[in-house]
Design a protein around this ligand. Structure first.
Ligand code: PLP
Length: 398
């Protein structure tokens, strides 16, 4: 036992189970097992070559020092131009703050607004770091329930009814991890309209999967609501769109009143984002987008295969995922709790998945499948599950 007394928040800090699953999957692989990884949330594609070359060139050109804390100007300008082209709104490059990954924006935004006595609303099931970071600050996490029956969206009037004078921040994520849901524009419109009555509430819109939306669904950025611009933090990045998870780079557009605070948090924590990575990120935004399109097309095909396979699994049912590269089938019919099913799939069938409960208490009854794996692997994995399901008579519970 250590005599060191940590701050209380450390006892409240959660984790991201996908990393724990990834470590165990790697261990099983080292022992010679053929593990199919549907666990971790990262594209299984390589970063496009021209982006890699831009980083190498930057290093060769001597870009190896610190950069401005909020990011190099050409990158912030490229971000502003990209937002203008894709989201149809103008942002000032001075409001863009570059960070080492989308997670850093999340952490900084929650640190800015979280304190004992404050409330922060967040999606549940949702990206686990929201709740973890909120708890760390001592603020009260107030879940926004994402129900399968609502297509994993939420009821905006219910959210608005639960805003109190203690509410400081509302987190929205669409397309969403872990559900694959895309929040309909009508829901965002109503939320935005209602938030006009609560000018003290900031909004963190996590739009990191904005480019991964399938036919029939429409992505809507919270930046479209001009009356919220003075309190909206829009998070996006390169990790998912350009298969750059390990490069560690992301950005946010901050409102004018917060941008100095965001830059100061950077100075106090990360100094700046890796210089060569920032040059690579410029190339990603300004260069050809064919690789992004190829990747999203591949995800779309895998999604169809997964939907088809899951329909044949006893005890499983699923609504169509509309974005990101996640599917979250309901597994109540198996009669097996989510965490137990995750462990059994990994240990017995060598299939990595993540229990819905890793994304919040409301994830019980679900598992998350990341379809960042080839179609053959997806079909093989589902075949293994089908055999076990039949052998054990799953589905007789539903
Ligand atoms: N936001 C969501 C919803 C995510 O799913 C992730 C990563 O899984 C992130 C943010 C963080 O992305 P990054 O790897 O850029 O930190």
């Amino acid at each position: 036992m250590s005599n060191l007394a940590l701050v209380e928040g450390m006892n409240r800090l959660g984790t991201e189970s996908a990393f724990v699953v990834l470590a165990r999957a790697a261990e099983l692989e080292r022992h010679g097992h053929d593990v199919i990884n549907l666990g971790i949330g990262q594209p299984d594609f390589r970063t496009p070559g021209h982006i890699v070359e831009a980083a190498v060139k930057a290093l060769r050109d001597g870009h190896h020092g610190y950069t401005p804390a909020n990011g190099i100007l050409p990158l912030r300008e490229a971000v502003a131009a990209d937002i203008s082209a894709r989201r149809g709104v103008e942002v000032n490059p001075d409001h863009v703050v570059v960070v080492p990954g989308g997670k850093v924006t999340m952490w900084h935004a929650i640190l800015m607004f979280g304190a004992p006595g404050h409330e922060i609303m967040y999606p549940n099931p949702g990206f686990p770091i929201y709740e973890s970071a909120i708890r760390f600050t001592g603020a009260t996490p107030v879940p926004i329930a994402l129900a399968e029956t609502d297509g994993f969206a939420f009821d905006p009037d219910d959210v608005l009814a639960r805003v109190t004078e203690k509410t400081r921040l509302i987190i929205v994520n669409s397309p969403a991890n872990p559900t694959g849901g895309v929040i309909p524009l009508s829901v965002l419109d109503r939320l935005a309209e209602g938030l006009a009555d609560f000018p003290q509430v900031a909004i963190l819109s996590d739009e990191i999967y904005s480019r991964i939306v399938y036919a029939g669904s429409e992505f809507g950025s919270m930046l479209r609501y001009s009356h919220l611009r003075d309190r909206l933090i829009m998070l996006d990045g390169w990790s998912k769109t350009y298969a750059m998870t390990g490069w560690r780079i992301g950005y946010a557009v901050w409102p004018e009143s917060l941008v100095e605070h965001a830059a100061r948090l950077n100075i106090n924590s990360i100094s700046c984002t890796n210089a060569a990575t920032q040059h690579a990120a410029v190339a990603a935004l300004k260069g050809p987008q064919d690789d992004v399109e190829t990747m999203v097309r591949a995800f779309a095909e895998r999604r169809e295969a997964l939907i088809e396979e899951i329909a044949t699994l006893p005890g499983f049912r699923m609504i169509r995922p509309e974005g990101a590269f996640y599917a979250m089938p309901n597994i109540e019919g198996t009669g097996i709790p989510a965490l137990e099913l995750q462990d059994r799939l990994l240990e017995e069938l060598h299939i990595a998945t993540v229990a819905g409960t890793s994304f919040g208490a409301l994830g019980e009854g679900y598992i998350r499948l990341s379809y960042a794996a080839g179609i053959d692997e997806i079909r093989t994995a589902m075949g293994r599950i089908r055999d076990l399901a039949k052998a054990e008579g799953w589905g007789s519970h539903s």
